[in-house]
Design a protein around this ligand. Structure first.
Ligand code: LMR
Length: 338
């Protein structure tokens, strides 16, 4: 499932060649406008399903004037490369995890990575589907990117080949993380050793022992077969993993107005769909992994969950100035409001 990528010079050359064709609204003829949507997860995940739903709706609502092509599983680009490709216009839409916006200079998105920041989905959606979420998306404008929507995956669980039941167990464990400084601080707060790695490389790294474990929502863990190479997991639900759907601003604004309106409508409906299916996808994935018997799942008690959150709390002080203390407070308030 993991892709073979072209060597970097070849990749750069292909990016440069396709970028002009990608951004320029040259193809506004009778031919359908091709919109390449690249992502790194399997099709049968919350993001994979939502991308496919958007493709279907986009076709309907633009009366076939736009043709969305979805490339899953890092087939086209890995994590960091896909962002570069979007900026160059070689690909038109992505939905990277909110933990991956740091390299774009949009560090504020790492606020979603703070441990135990969202008490539940209701609080989370008040942020992502409300004015705060919109303000954050608008910050991407200056990077040449238009933020279109937030899609859920879900709450993350820890997994490892070494037992993880209590806070003390994390000490010295090598754990893969996404490229977020907040996640780096989170793992260090647990006395673990964080290692940034592209999603497409995680399975092999777990299999060969390059890292002991990782954190992911169950749907990602299951569809990448990580449970086959992880002996233990803790159903910790300690942090959130979700996505911002983004597009190249120049490309988006260069689209004929009727096509853009159709795509906006499709995105709105695909977002409702995404956030409806995500919870069940994760529940089903967890149940399937438990049934497979390959990983031993530990369900922490409320007190153990609280102890875990407490152990990770220093991240708020340490990373507060990186994402903005006011932003953290606003998000906490919004997420907790009844
Ligand atoms: C990860 O790298 O673990 C996730 O961001 C993958 C994804 O897109 O859900």
């Amino acid at each position: 499932m993991r892709s073979q990528l072209p060597a970097v010079p070849a990749l750069l050359a292909s990016l440069l060649l396709t970028s002009l064709a990608g951004i320029a609204p040259a193809a506004w003829s009778a031919e359908a406008i091709v919109i390449k949507f690249s992502h790194v997860v399997a099709p049968d995940t919350p993001k994979g399903r939502a991308a496919d739903k958007f493709k279907e709706l986009a076709n309907t609502y633009t009366s076939g004037k736009a043709k969305v092509e979805v490339y899953p599983n890092s087939q086209l680009y890995k994590d960091k490369e896909e962002l570069e490709a979007l900026q160059l216009g070689a690909v038109h839409m992505l939905a990277p995890s909110l933990a991956k916006f740091g390299p774009l200079g949009a560090k504020e998105f790492e606020v979603f990575d703070f441990p135990c920041i969202f008490p539940n989905y209701t609080g989370l959606h008040k942020v992502t589907q409300g004015p705060l979420g919109k303000q954050l998306l608008d910050k991407l404008d200056s990077k040449g990117i238009t933020g279109l929507a937030y899609w859920d995956n879900g709450f993350k669980i820890f997994s490892s080949n070494k037992p993880i039941k209590a806070v003390e167990d994390f000490k010295g464990q090598k754990l893969r993380i996404q490229s977020s400084k907040v996640l780096d601080a989170q793992m260090r707060a647990l006395s673990a050793i964080p290692q940034v790695m592209a999603f497409s490389e995680v399975y092999q790294a777990l299999q060969t022992g390059v890292v002991d474990g990782t954190e992911n929502p169950p749907s990602n863990m299951y569809t990448q077969k990580m449970h086959e190479v992880q002996k233990f997991a803790m159903v910790s639900n300690h942090g959130y993993l979700g996505y911002a759907v983004i597009t190249n601003k120049k490309f988006w604004e260069g689209l004929p107005a009727d096509v853009r309106t159709g795509l906006e409508k499709a995105m709105k409906e695909a977002t409702v769909y995404a956030n409806e299916v995500a919870g069940k996808d994760n529940e089903d994935a967890l149940a399937a992994m438990k049934a497979s018997g390959k990983t031993e799942f530990y369900q922490p008690s409320a007190a153990e969950h609280e102890a875990l959150c407490k152990a990770m709390a220093p991240v708020y002080e340490e990373m507060g100035s990186r994402v903005g203390k006011d932003l953290i407070t606003s998000i906490q308030k919004e997420a907790a409001a009844k």
